[in-house]
Design a binder for this molecule. Structure first.
Ligand code: MOS
Length: 765
């Protein structure tokens, strides 16, 4: 633990609880299943996504990717491409504008930018991975650029890359920290406890590489102005962090960089920090024209990394009654020498079960590949596959119901952090889920249920994702016509951010839903390191908006009290509340004034406040996370080994559910992505040369409609009084526990335990 962190923790523990939020208990727009505010423009095709913006005189860029994993460029033959019709430029390390190496993501100082590696972008002859861009062709049309890109030929001096995970294991090491936490935790003597345990299991679980495949590919349009500033349309999960990254790379003042992203067609962690954006900006500078760069699907596989592979060893010891005595979970993941992201697969065991003795440790290896990155519930999705499979194996050894095993090992405090839980109702999520799913109707014996040729099984697993919040700014303007504008540079990747924010702001301001506008997706809004990542955005924005609303309310109250005839005269801020479009004395609905009346009588068109939320001390003081129980039924064909998921129920404990309609979609989306992870997705990788072999949706199989059953979602809905508005994150937890629930159901159906994802039919024959 860093010194700063331990000081923060000490302060957090000493802090009194912050005052309660009265809105948590009030019934308003929050909690209602409203349609998305952008639903109409989306279904009508009027929502403008990055690649769809039209800019005059725009040129098109297409990258050329390295076909070796390590070495040097000897020669780039760009002549034929330069002579091809419509080509404006063939850019290489020799003629691309000079750029500083990108600022690598650092959790303690994300404000300066956010890149996945600090490798220079096309600035020298060094090649670091198969797929690294080595040239970029700019032409009058996309077709001409694509054609010319084929005409570029590259000669290399080839080095031998480190691309085999197996070989690299010999050089595995523990990183200094893993996303700010120690890579190793030891409590008691877990090996001894395991050796003495009455019942035990211990196995190795493996997960493959996975690639990001948002429906919308990565896209950028860069437009330089004649004063040396640049405006960028970019499909990014953080307009501000992208603006700061570009300012750093191009040595500009951040005020001279504007990044805009009104809608994204999915992000999942894959749309932030990649060099495609900087490349497009550099190309536009080089040709002195607006340039558009949209990665092809293959391009996203070459340039945009996904989830690292992992090898995890889980060892559990228990008494005969099922109480855990030892929990050992070790993991190995891969990253790149110029990166910093060791996917935290060993985090779930730190928080889920009471055990007296723990050993949790993670090591990494370096590979010469594209940087790995955040991919929906990074760490927790693959970590829960190992841990929750192991819990199922232990339940089987104990002849105990797997839900009961989890119930009796439910901790009272965070088992490794030692802090209280802010709110945790996982047992209730299991109880209500089991009832709704009909869990206890199953015959618990493996391979005991059959329907014709189909072996039928049911499985459960715990879903878990930590709570995150960042300090952030927001601006709120209340206008004399009784409307309000709320601004924060959030990203709308399709999850319903704008809708949830309007619901919250309308309740907070006491205004009708339709009188509130939420402006987001533009770095010219209050500059704050906001991002749609780590499932933090809703909580982060709520806290910032709450702070801004509080300030604007204080100002309006002062304004009203300048008049002796105001019904608010003499009232302290604590004695008023917002409803019916204005401020009123608490307990006296009639004594107050509307915003319109206050502003009009003061002769003001609007009142505005921009302010920052407090640092997230609650994360230090408490163990905070969203929880859930995944229930599924699978049918495995006796002869072909084909696995079909036939039923799903997710029972979640994520605090207040701001909008049950958009939330259910988020959670379903996570589960669908988890079904892909469990059964069909896998990045095939040539371990001799380091090349991805299936860079297309024809060969990289994401689930399609027929792979997904109806997914039922239920919630405990119990507000977490330490989270803004009682709401914890829901963006990522959906995928966690999914692969384990499927593996557990497959075991129940067939009696075969598959410990390596994806669970393809060859493994079941
Ligand atoms: Mo999420 S993987 O932090 O966008």
């Amino acid at each position: 633990m860093s010194v700063i962190q331990s000081v923060m923790e000490t302060i957090a523990k000493a802090l009194p609880d912050k005052k309660e939020d009265p809105l948590i208990a009030r019934k308003g727009y929050v909690g209602q299943p409203y349609d998305r505010v952008d639903a109409q423009v989306k279904v009508q095709g009027e929502a403008r996504f990055t690649a769809e913006f039209k800019v005059e005189n725009m040129a098109y860029a297409v990258p050329v990717y390295s076909t070796i994993a390590k070495g040097k460029l000897r020669r780039i033959n760009s002549g034929p491409a330069e002579e091809a019709p419509g080509v404006l430029a063939v850019l290489t390390h020799q003629n691309l504008p000079r750029m500083k190496a990108p600022p690598i993501a650092d959790f303690h100082d994300i404000g300066k930018g956010f890149a996945l590696s600090d490798l220079p972008i096309m600035q020298n002859v060094d090649v670091h991975w198969d797929g690294e861009p080595v040239a970029i062709v700019v032409a009058e049309t996309l077709e001409r650029a694509e054609h010319a890109a084929f005409l570029v030929s590259v000669e290399y001096d080839v080095d031998s890359p480190e691309v085999s995970f197996e070989d690299a294991k010999a050089r595995a090491f523990a990183p200094k920290d893993i996303v700010g936490e120690p890579p190793e935790i030891k409590i008691g003597d877990a090996n001894k406890a395991f050796a003495e345990a009455a019942v035990s299991v211990g196995h190795v679980y493996r997960t493959p590489r996975y690639n990001h495949n948002a429906i919308e590919p990565h896209a950028t349009i860069a437009v330089w102005d004649d004063r040396g500033g640049v405006a960028v349309f970019d499909a990014t999960q953080s307009v501000n962090l992208t603006a700061h990254t570009l300012a750093y790379i191009f040595d500009l003042k951040v005020e001279n960089v504007r990044v805009v992203a009104p809608f994204l067609g999915g992000g999942f962690g894959g749309k932030i920090g990649w060099s495609n954006t900087a490349l497009c900006v550099a190309a536009a500078k080089a040709v002195n024209r607006p340039v558009k760069l949209v990665l092809s699907r293959e391009g996203t596989f070459r340039m945009i990394g996904g989830r690292t592979m992992s090898e995890q060893h889980v060892t559990l010891g228990a008494r005969k009654d099922g109480r855990l005595t030892a929990l050992i979970h070790t993991g190995l993941t891969a990253t790149i020498p110029s990166g910093r992201y060791a996917e935290q697969c060993t985090f779930p065991p730190r928080h889920l079960y009471a055990a007296p003795d723990f050993y949790v440790g993670q090591k990494i290896v370096y590979l010469d590949t594209v940087a790995n990155t955040w991919m929906r519930a990074p760490g927790e999705s693959i970590g829960t596959f190992a841990l929750e499979s192991a819990m199922d194996e232990l339940a089987h050894e104990l002849r105990m119901d797997p839900i009961e095993l989890r119930r009796i090992n439910e901790p009272e405090k965070d088992p490794t952090k030692g802090t209280e839980f802010s709110s945790r109702h996982l047992t209730e999520a299991y109880r209500s889920g089991a009832e709704k799913f009909g869990w206890y109707a199953r015959n618990p014996a493996p391979r005991s249920q059959q329907d014709g040729k189909w072996l039928v099984g049911q499985g459960v697993a715990t879903a878990y994702y930590p709570f995150l919040r960042f300090p952030a700014k927001a601006r709120v303007r209340i206008c004399a016509d009784g409307s309000a504008i709320v601004q924060a540079p959030a990203s709308e990747m399709g999850m319903g951010t704008a809708t949830a924010q309007i619901q919250h702001a309308a309740d907070r301001l006491g205004l009708p839903l339709h009188r509130v506008t939420f402006q987001y997706g533009d770095s010219s809004l209050p500059d704050t390191p906001m991002m749609a990542g780590g499932s933090n955005q809703t909580a982060t924005t709520f806290a910032a908006v709450r702070a801004a609303v509080e300030q604007v309310h204080r100002e309006l109250l002062k304004l009203a009290q300048k008049r002796s005839d105001s019904p608010l005269k003499g009232a302290r801020y604590e004695e008023v509340e917002a409803h019916d479009g204005g401020l009123f004395r608490s307990g006296d609905m009639a004594r107050g004034e509307t915003y319109s009346a206050i502003l009009q009588k003061a002769g003001q068109a609007s009142a505005e406040a921009e302010t920052s939320s407090s640092p997230p001390m609650e994360m230090m003081k408490y163990s905070m996370a969203s929880y859930g129980a995944q229930f599924c039924e699978v049918r495995v064909h006796e002869e072909t080994g084909e696995v079909r998921v036939s039923r799903w129920l997710g029972s979640f404990d994520c605090g207040t559910i701001v909008n049950p309609k958009t939330a259910a979609s988020q959670l379903r989306g996570g589960i669908v992505m988890g079904i892909g992870m469990a059964l069909t997705e896998e990045t095939l990788f040539d371990e001799r040369r380091g090349r991805i072999m299936n860079p297309s949706l024809a060969e990289y199989h994401i689930p399609v409609n027929l792979d997904v059953p109806r997914i039922e979602i239920i919630y405990t809905g119990i507000p977490d009084e330490h989270a803004p508005l009682g709401a914890r994150g829901i963006g990522e937890i959906g995928i966690t526990g999914v692969a384990a629930a499927i593996a557990n159901a497959v075991f129940h159906a067939t009696g075969k335990r598959i410990r390596e994802l994806p669970i393809t039919l060859d493994k079941l024959l």
